[in-house]
Write a protein that binds this ligand. Structure first.
Ligand SMILES: [Zn+2]
Length: 199
């Protein structure tokens, strides 16, 4: 399959996201023995393709199976887990009949063990961590997920490159993340106080 070189031609409206699929030994806490199984990025493959979708499709293509059967080709190595890192939270909703990435990840669980954990560095804007449709889909499929904070700026700068005013978009998104984090903290604090009252 043809692979264009990174970076992809920026478009003013979409987010540029990257994904990587790894096999990880359960007895290696340093992750130094991780092996890369596949990678993908936004619009790497023809059409309005997402990073996770391309990552899985690339794996399927290398192993000679149809995209929807990628789960059957994924290794089920004893004492190893399949983990995916993606810069932005996997989408749970897509327009125009496209299968959302969270559903694609969930589908890998149907044959064999599939993907067991997903890490992401920027969550879906406007939702609290774990309250998005995407995360709900992952949890329902038995896929663990983890939001790794600290890389938001770098991720957003790449995601918005090629937009009309990327610097402003990054700033607004970071501000949005700050506000949501504060709200989440308030929520937690209220819950804490509520528990104390009942004690
Ligand atoms: Zn997606």
């Amino acid at each position: 399959m043809h692979r264009s070189s990174y970076p992809i031609s920026p478009r003013p409206t979409n987010f540029r996201v990257g994904a990587i699929l790894l096999s990880r030994s359960d007895s290696d806490p340093t992750f130094a023995e991780d092996t890369i199984l596949s990678t993908g990025y936004t619009m790497e493959l023809a059409g309005n393709t997402h990073a996770e979708q391309c990552c899985l499709a690339n794996f399927a293509s290398v192993h000679g199976v149809a995209d929807e059967d990628v789960g059957s080709a994924l290794p089920a190595t004893p004492r190893h887990s399949l983990v995916m890192y993606v810069t932005m939270e996997p989408c749970g909703k897509r327009l125009s009949g496209n299968t959302p990435c969270a559903a694609r990840l969930a589908a890998t669980r149907n044959a064999g063990r599939g993907i067991q954990k997903v890490y992401f560095g920027v969550k879906e804007p406007g939702t609290f961590v774990g309250e998005s449709v995407g995360c709900a889909m992952l949890s329902e499929a038995g896929i663990e997920w983890e939001y790794v904070s600290g890389f938001e700026k770098e991720i957003l700068e790449v995601a918005f490159a090629g937009h009309e005013n990327p610097a402003r978009e990054v700033e607004e998104a970071l501000e949005g993340i700050r506000v949501e984090r504060e709200k989440a903290e308030e929520k937690k604090e209220k819950r804490r106080r509520g528990i104390r009252k009942r004690e």
